[in-house]
Structures are given as C-alpha cells and as structure tokens.
Ligand binder design. Structure first.
Ligand SMILES: [Zn+2]
Length: 593
C-alpha cells in the first residue's frame, strides 16, 4: 500500500471536515452550512460510508478528504496530502528527494541489527538477565527457539545501549531516528527500552525493522513498541514473517495469530507457517504482504471478539486477498500459546476444521435467531445482506445469496431484490454492521477504485487515446490522486513531463498504473466503455446521495408538498434540490404541514 492509501485509511473525513464546519448527524450522513459558499439552509453533506462530501447548493461539487482540504486551505494535492499525513502520523517522502534515504535506510537496519544482537547477547550471557532467562524457560522456550527469534533482554540502564552503539560508530541521530533512544528535556537522551524482554521484529527479508518489548511482571504498560520510524510501521509488519515465509509458501497457507508468544510457541511445535498481526485487526497492508506468498489464510480469533471481528472484516479481507479466508475460534479465555502447549493435536484439529469466514459469520448471526419467525428472518437478512453486497466476487456472492435464501426460506429472487436496494458504493467498503457507530480509532477502509485506475492505465499506456475525446473529466474520479493524474495528463505532452507535473508522493501510484498489465486488443473500445462506466458510476452515486438528501429534507423540513410539486413538474432531481436549497437560503416561509 502506498503512502496515499495509508493516509486515506487513517483519515476520517468526518473528523477532517468537522474542523472547518459544524457537522450535524442526519441519518447516515452529516450536514452543515456549506463552508465554501454563503447560505442559511445547510446544503453541504458528508458521507462517512463513502468518505466523500458534496455541496448540493451553489457549489454543486464534491470529492474526498484531499479535495476538501485542497479547496478549503487553497493548497495543492501534495500539500493536502502532507497535512493529512501529519495528522494521521504517516511519513510522506520529501517532495524533492524521492530517492533519498535508500542508503540511510540500510544504515538504520544495521543499527537495529546491532541493537538486537546486543540484547540477545545479554539474554544469553549476562548475570543481569537471570530473570529474563527464567521467564523464557518458564514459558517453555528452547535455546534454539530463543536463538531463532533472536530474543533479548534490555538492562535496567538509562544509557547502556546508547553507549554500546555509539562506540560502534552509529550516530546519536541514527539512534534517535530509530527510537532506540529518547530525547528528554534539555536535549539529554536515554535508552527507550529498559529492563524488558525484547522481541526484534523483522521484515520478510529478515531485516530488523523495530522492537516489541514486554515487562516481566504485571506493571503497565505491559508492552512497549518501537515508535513509527522510516523503516517501522506496525500496520505493515507481521511478527515472525521472516521465519514463516518459506513454510507459508510451501504449505500454501498462513495462520495469523495475535501475540509474539503465540508465534514463538507455534514455531517451536512445528507450526512454522504462523505469524502475528501486531494488533487486533489485520490490515490491508499485512494481507498484501502475505498475498505474495499464498492465497490461503486462516485467522485465529479470540472467543470474545470473534463474532464482531468476523462480521466487520469478513469481506474486506476477502476482497483484498481475492480468495477465501478461513477462521478458527479459540476456546474461551485461551490464546494459541495455551492451546498448543496444552496439546498440539487440539491446535491441529482447530486448523483442519477452520470455517470460511463468511460461513462463520452466517453461523454467528443466525445462531441467536429463530429463523421460523418473520422477525428472525428479517433480522438475519438485515445483518447478512450488507455483507453479501460488499462481495466483489460474483460467484461467491451468488453462492451466499442462495445460502441465505435457503436459511430464511425466502425465494432467491426476493433476496436479490433486497440486495438491489442496498445502495451502490457500499461494495467498495469493508463490511460494516449498519447500526454500528464507527469505532473511533479504527483505521478507515481503503477505497480503491478499480475502474478509475483501469481507465487511467489505458490512457497512460496508450498515447493514441489522447486524440479521442470521450469527455472524460477529473470530476468523474472520486479519488483525488486519480484526479491529479488525469489533470496532469491532460496538460502534459508525454509521460516524462507528466512526472514533473505531479507531486513525488503520487509517483508510486503513477508507476503502478504505467506498469499494470492490460489486454492488448480493442483498446479504443475498452477505453470508451470505461469512460461510460465512470460516468454511470458518478451519476448513480449522485442520484443515491440526492435521494437521501431529498428524503431528509422531506422528513426534517416539512417540505414534502414542495418536493412533490417539483417532482410532478418532471423537474430533475438536481434542479429540485437546487431550488429547495436556494429557497430555504433566502429564508422563504416554509409551508405548514
Ligand atoms: Zn456550497
């Protein structure tokens, strides 16, 4: 995942816009007086589900979080990206030196490697590490496992690691950059990790990118990680991936657990295709790392959180992976570490009986319902249909549609009709329970736009399309970075000058479009179709948004009569809206109900 996607994933448009406008929740949307034009009656709407905004009043325009910030702050895409990145805690490569940092990065891996070696040696040899050795022995780890995972111990000292690394020629600023030392008040520095068990975290190539640290006792916080650095980003790390990659490829299966100790115990017991997610939810980045090794994945879910996790994430994982994801649910109160230690056979059985995540979700949802009652049926459909709507794979969607129809004993046709009523646009998102408030800190779903990207790839790779005027406009694209590329392409003469017109943060995305493999024939026709699809997509999504707004207006403002009249006159929805908002802004007396 590129830096742009990452910023998107961590940015909530509602949060961003609420810094500029006072948003009020209205149904599934938020509304406000438009921050771009003057009005008395709010015609500006934010759609959390699509992570987009639209002004139906004088502006009659919309976009995503980037375009909002660009318009509001009067800045370009690169500046908006950096502004949002900063808020989201994402590092964006400098605009002027995209290639910079390669050598620097190599040095940083080396610093980490040296630190890992230092912690590891202490664990093996130092009298100070007695307690740490006891801990690992108590947890049943063999000397080989301790070596394989390069486990370590950080002494209870403020400067031991710093001194050790400085003596080996690393600079103070390198140690700071890697978060191995912390700068305190007055510029004094000290070691970050003190008196902890150390778990070096490696990337798939075995380079140490950061550290996880754990206390010995019950003191808090129990875990301490390296901060986000140039080479460490928790959301793109999988603990144990360096040791598991070969087995994952060989067995064509990855098992994803939560904790360091779960991975370590699994490996020691011969389950070497196990990695940990570094947090509760698996990110899209992590899936794409695994995707290079296998399409087979099993998630080990906590008994407590399993249901919700599966319901929320089921389809998101599958759409990213483009394959079926399976789950196992751990016995209440136990993690894989416990299960495997108790009896490796139980773990083996769990894996063998892993259920496809969508089937598991079906079971979870229906287990508490009486599917013979109308109420039970309707609840089951309400909860499961949105999940089906998200599925990109048609065959799989139909399969589960049939399953749902059988379960609730309703004709497949009726279920299809209900499915059709779920608004378009939802399909791009991770599954979400409709009545659930979005979790405050959860990363945002990634909204990739396959048609937009396909269309751009065609344009970029086939200069002959330049002369065709299909009326493609940047407005057709929902993603600001795609708008940027199209605008630059329309102005640039060729690919080389195109890059100069774009912020370096977009280059990675641009390169992926330029190198994407495309069908070889009927390019012109494909391009025409593509533009048509984009136009249709735009119009549809606008219609849906408008319909929603009209419904709200009717409900809130008592303008039903007005609306009905306009509709009767056959006036187009957008015009209807424009009239409604203009009238309201003029402060015209509203007709009484
Ligand atoms: Zn406006």
């Amino acid at each position: 995942m590129g830096v742009i996607d990452e910023v998107k994933q961590r940015t909530d448009i509602v949060e961003v816009i609420s810094q500029y406008a006072s948003l009020k929740k209205a149904g599934r949307t938020f509304r406000a007086l438009c921050p771009f034009h003057s009005e008395k009656h709010p015609s500006f709407f934010v759609y959390p589900e699509q992570q987009s905004w639209h002004c139906f009043g004088a502006c009659n325009t919309g976009g995503d979080a980037f375009s909002f910030v660009m318009k509001k702050e009067g800045i370009d895409f690169g500046e908006a990206l950096r502004l949002l990145a900063q808020k989201a805690g994402v590092t964006v490569p400098s605009r002027f030196e995209p290639e910079a940092g390669k050598e620097e990065r190599e040095r940083l891996y080396q610093v980490n490697q040296a630190a890992a070696q230092y912690f590891h040696n202490l664990l093996l040899n130092s009298p100070l590490a007695e307690k740490a050795r006891d801990y690992f022995t108590r947890r049943g780890l063999s000397p080989k496992t301790i070596t394989d995972f390069q486990l370590g111990f950080s002494p209870n000292s403020w400067g031991a690691l710093e001194q050790y690394l400085l003596e080996r020629g690393y600079t103070g600023s390198e140690l700071l950059t890697m978060g191995l030392v912390i700068e305190a008040e007055g510029g004094k520095t000290h070691d970050r990790f003190r008196n902890k068990l150390m778990f070096p975290i490696a990337d798939v190539r075995g380079r140490i990118v950061g550290f996880g640290a754990r206390v010995f006792d019950d003191s808090q916080p129990k875990y301490l990680n390296s901060p986000q650095t140039l080479v460490f980003d928790k959301s793109s790390c999988l603990y144990g991936i360096n040791l598991a990659a070969a087995a994952i490829r060989q067995q064509n299966l990855a098992v994803i657990v939560e904790g360091y100790m779960d991975v370590i115990t699994a490996h020691q017991n011969g389950f070497t295709n196990v990695v940990a997610s570094m947090g509760t939810s698996v990110t899209e980045k992590q899936i794409s790392i695994l995707k290079r090794l296998t399409r087979g994945m099993i998630f080990a879910l906590d008994a407590d959180a399993a249901g919700e996790e599966a319901t929320l994430r089921a389809v998101g994982y599958e759409n990213t992976l483009e394959a079926e994801v399976r789950v196992i649910v751990l016995p209440e109160g136990k993690d894989p570490d416990d299960v495997i230690k108790e009896d490796a056979k139980i773990w083996q059985n769990l894996l063998e009986e892993a259920l496809p995540i969508v089937d598991y979700t079906f079971n979870m949802v229906t287990s508490g319902l009486d599917l013979n009652t109308a109420n039970g049926k309707s609840l089951a459909v309400d909860k499961l249909l949105p999940i089906l709507a998200e599925m990109k794979d048609t065959i799989r969607r139909v399969h589960y549609l049939q399953k749902l129809a059988r379960l609730v004993k309703v004709s497949q046709r009726d279920i299809e009709v209900a499915l059709g009523r779920i608004k378009p646009g939802r399909g791009k998102r991770w599954a979400k329970q409709p009545d659930r408030e979005p979790a405050a800190q959860a990363p945002h779903p990634l909204m990739s736009s396959p048609v937009e990207e396909y269309c751009l790839a065609l344009l970029l790779q086939h200069p002959e399309l330049r002369s065709r005027d299909e009326g493609l406009s940047p407005e057709y694209f929902e993603s600001s970075e795609n708008r940027e590329i199209l605008t630059a392409w329309q102005r640039a003469k060729g690919l080389s000058s195109l890059k100069d017109r774009l912020d370096s943060a977009i280059w990675e995305h641009l390169d992926s479009l330029i190198t994407r493999s495309l069908p070889a024939n009927q390019i012109e026709q494909k391009y025409t179709n593509c533009v048509l699809r984009l136009r249709e997509k735009l119009l549809r999504s606008l219609e849906v948004k408008k319909a929603e707004v009209l419904a709200l207006e009717a409900e809130l403002g008592g303008t039903a009569a007005e609306l009905a009249k306009l509709e009767e006159q056959g006036i187009e929805v957008s015009v209807q809206l424009g009239e409604v908002f203009t009238q309201k802004s003029r402060g015209r007396q509203e007709p009484r109900r």
